[in-house]
Write a protein that binds this ligand. Sequence first.
Ligand code: G6P
Length: 365
Amino acid sequence: ARVDKGGYKHFMAKEIAEQPSVLSNALSAYVTEHGIALPDPGIDFTKIDRLVMVACGTAYYACFTAKYWFERLAKLPVEVDIASEFRYREPPISKGTAALFVSQSGETADTLAALRYCEGKADKIYSVVNVQESSIARESDLALPIHAGAEIGVASTKAFTCQLNVLLLLALKAAVERGTLSQEELEQILSDLRSLPGTLNAAMDRDADFANVSKKLSEARDVLFLGRGLMYPLAHEGALKLKEISYIHAEAYASGELKHGPIALIDKHVPVVVFAPKDSLFEKTVSNMQEVMARGGRVLLVTDSAGAEAAGAEAWRTITMPQVPEILTPLLYALPAQLLAYHTAVAKGTDVDQPRNLAKSVTVE
Ligand code: G6P
């Protein structure tokens, strides 16, 4: 079926706005009243001692986020890598390793080649894809669909949140099987997850705030994105999105790494976007923000109401997101990452859905 823009100015805007409903569909495909329903036989998390996740672009940042989830929830060692590096490095893969490939299109040449490299070496080959009839899905022992629906905008949005959704469910399953998460804890997280589409929908209200601040961002030559913990991969995704569609140079750093280099770049011309819900690492992020402000840097703080209150009025701009449990923050903060890039590109007048030099799916090396 032909997909149209459904009244939106760009496919990207439509796909951002669709996230509450596609996420809700994706959840009902995998979560029943009895818990997580993943196909059987899936990954046997009691048998493996390592998970290797490989992808490109936005899918790679979904994997990077999932590393934090698998390690924290399931105490499972995870290696993440970009496909083009992974395969040429010829890393040793033992039978105790499960290999997981994440790809929206299922056709990315480097990711497919990395998958083939793992064939016969890893315990099993798994994939998380949007296109079920794709090469990557076909060549996997098990391919889990993300149920995002067709994604047309070159910059990936709803596929990212739906990838995160499946990866979080896998991490939760791993945690239960490995005995690191109780049934009660699982049920709590699943119930929080069920209310997430509603929260995402409410967060769409901030669209005008992001549009407003993006007019300022569109004047910048360079933008820094900072985050800690689960917000560190998100900072990368925010920087990637901004580069892709607005052509503004953007870099992501772990907040704690700021002092080891990028702080030298800070002056009043470099906006610094900080993703910082009031989580266990918030205080540390605030002190990093202060280091930026002390050097004249303009901080755009994206936080929740507790964080906004704790940080006071020091930031250049603060946008307040709804409150969600720490473990779910990547799914919610994907939205500001996307909206900032989208509105900045619109303010600059670039081609949002078809950015120069980029392809939706890179099927050549
Ligand atoms: C291209 C697209 C990105 C995408 C990446 C990986 O670079 O422009 O948006 O994240 O490929 O694509 P995949 O289909 O493997 O997820």
